[in-house]
Design a protein around this ligand. Structure first.
Ligand SMILES: NCc1[nH]cc(CCC(=O)O)c1CC(=O)O
Length: 319
């Protein structure tokens, strides 16, 4: 007996299709079942407004989740950083596969690095988090840069550099790797001054909570350490009561010598988009072995950041 194909709901963007295609192949291998891609248009794909203005949180995800809830598709692949932190009861995060490079990168004209950009360089990014950290970095070094709000898919954003409209754009390394444009990167931005968005570089594979067999099969793709890291990062975001368009960066990584992992470190940052004020803190604890432990790590850092005034920096929106 041949089982029917599993339907994977996906956005149409090149990045979404690349991510979904890779996951589809893995699911075919794991389940022996055919997988078909079902294309779904989301509000985030059709709106021309800036993400920060339409509220950001979940615009890419809502239409996929509605298709899941209606049973039109069996599972969906999201960029984890685009997922709102609240998990709907009827859906389950069946797998968080091993993470790609979580860092942000620069694509600049003439192969320039951040430190070599000319005075007054125009750097495109629609992300308040990237603006805040770029501007803070520039202030500390007395570089004069102008952050210019842009949006659109990855190709569109890189296009602003090729057309000469902008000197550089900031993008996630993972997305460029997935669509095969990593060779255009001119500088990798160290997380020492540019913490990525919570969950950046990781994927989330989601299905209906009622579909226990499928959830279990998809669960074979889960990487527990990636899941622990992104759970801690998202717990920080949730405890700060911020969304994906807030100026919040976070990165959890493992500390230890060689193969002996000893601890998880969680770094977090909140700032004003002009970079004049940043609250940047780090906490370290045992590697979380449960969901609750990972949540606790994020909450602990959040309370330290709130005690240092983080709340006052988050109301602000990019213009
Ligand atoms: N918000 C758009 C988005 N969602 C996920 C990625 C990149 C891939 C990832 O971080 O997993 C991007 C593009 C970007 O920020 O450059």
């Amino acid at each position: 007996m041949t089982e029917r194909a599993l339907r994977l709901g996906t956005r149409r963007s090149k990045l979404a299709m690349a991510q979904s295609g890779q996951v589809a192949q893995e699911v075919r291998r794991l389940t022996g079942r055919p997988v078909e891609l079902v294309e779904i248009t989301t509000y985030g794909d059709t709106s021309r407004e800036h993400l920060a203005q339409i509220g950001g949180t979940g615009v890419f995800v809502a239409a996929l989740r509605e298709a899941l809830a209606r049973g039109e598709v069996d599972f969906a692949v999201h960029s984890l950083k685009d997922l709102p932190t609240a998990q709907p009861d009827d859906l389950v995060l069946a797998a968080v596969p091993p993470r790609e490079d979580p860092r942000d990168v620069l694509i600049a004209r003439d192969g320039l690095t951040l430190d070599r950009l000319p005075d007054g360089a125009r750097i495109g990014t629609g992300s308040p988090r990237r603006m805040a950290q770029l501007n803070a970095y520039a202030r500390a070094r007395r570089l004069r840069v102008e952050t210019v709000p842009i949006r659109g898919n990855i190709d569109t954003r890189i296009g602003y550099v090729h057309s000469g409209e902008l000197d550089a754009v900031v993008l996630a390394a993972a997305g460029l790797n997935r669509i095969g444009r990593a060779d255009e990167v001119t500088d990798v931005l160290s997380e020492d001054f540019m913490l990525p968005a919570p969950g950046q570089g990781a994927l989330a594979i989601e299905c209906a909570a009622s579909d226990a067999d499928l959830a279990a099969a998809l669960g074979d793709m889960d990487d527990p350490l990636t899941r622990a890291a992104v759970t801690a990062e998202r717990s920080l975001l949730a405890a700060l009561e911020a969304g994906c368009s807030a100026p919040v960066g976070a990165l959890a990584d493992l500390l230890g010598e060689e193969e002996v992992v000893t601890e998880m470190r969680l770094r977090g940052v909140v700032g004003t988009t002009d970079g004049s004020t940043l609250v940047q803190l780090s906490t370290t604890g045992p590697v979380p072995t449960s969901h609750g432990d990972a949540i606790a790590l994020g909450r602990e850092l959040a309370s330290e950041m709130l005690a240092k005034g983080a709340a006052g920096l988050m109301g602000e929106r990019a213009h």
